[in-house]
Design a protein around this ligand. Structure first.
Ligand code: 3PY
Ligand code: MG
Length: 253
């Protein structure tokens, strides 16, 4: 991602995405094809365990015609490398709360000489294209999650780390860390409120400002606050909600 030495540049807008908790590739293909701009397979709190399973889920997202990200279970190079080897377009890395941790995440997403990702071009049997290192380094997105007090305090420095392409907030963890509920966190519109601080840090460098929403109201609030990559809905919650609505409608007749 182009850096501009501290000038405010247009933030990269990735639109609205689907959060994937399901491990069924057919469900994921159907849900991701519903008009979202991207989908993110959640290895941390969703069902996906990584490895072969993720390859299938990522392929299902790709078959729906949108980019696939993986939220890895933790900031560990082997998890990041495996998600990218499985074909992910980028990773969302949870609980990054220092410059050192952001550097480690960014390094794990890039091959040498920029980073430390290991090159193992043997996945074509799984249908994953062999990466061309320089191109893969340019194309991959490393999105680090700020969802702790330490992370929020360091957000300007985290956003300045070379190879960090965006900051993504987790409102559940962040609100817990700040002693608020999610509604309280999202309602804080102050100049130095958490949302503004994150968006400002991203805008200063043209980075993606991402957030998990999970409901249309939260999407609207986060969009208004300036976020440019918003996880709108969780696939399994969406199915459960639709099932509830269908059952209620059927019973009402
Ligand atoms: C959070 O809100 O803490 C998240 O990580 C979203 O899944
Ligand atoms: Mg979280």
């Amino acid at each position: 991602m182009t850096q501009t030495g501290g000038n405010t540049v247009a933030p990269r807008d990735l639109g609205t995405g689907l959060w994937v908790g399901s491990t069924d590739a057919r469900v994921v293909r159907a849900a991701a094809g519903g008009g979202f701009d991207w989908a993110c397979v959640d290895e941390q709190h969703g069902g996906a365990a990584g490895g072969r399973e993720n390859t299938d889920l990522i392929a299902a997202v790709r078959a729906a015609g949108v980019p696939a990200f993986v939220r890895v279970a933790w900031n560990r190079p082997e998890l990041i490398g495996r998600a990218l080897d499985s074909g992910a377009d980028g990773v969302v890395v949870p609980m990054v709360d220092s410059v050192e941790q952001a550097r480690a995440a960014a390094a794990a997403t890039r091959f040498a000489p920029r980073g430390t990702r290991s090159f193992g071009p043997i996945r074509s049997v799984d249908g994953v294209a062999t990466p061309v290192p320089e191109q893969a380094n340019a194309d991959v997105l490393c999105l680090v999650m700020v969802e702790t007090v330490r992370g929020l305090d360091a957000v300007d420095d985290i956003a300045a780390v070379d190879g960090v392409d965006g900051v993504f907030i987790g409102p559940f963890d962040l609100s817990l860390a700040l002693g608020l509920d999610v509604a309280g966190l999202l309602a804080d519109d102050g100049e130095d409120g958490p949302l503004r601080r994150v968006v400002r840090a991203c805008r200063a460098r043209g980075l993606v400002a991402g957030a998990y929403a999970g409901s249309p109201e939260r999407v609207a609030r986060l969009r208004a606050a300036g976020f440019t990559m918003i996880a709108a809905v969780d696939d399994l919650a969406m199915i459960a909600r639709s099932a509830g609505e269908a059952a209620a409608a059927a019973k009402a007749r």
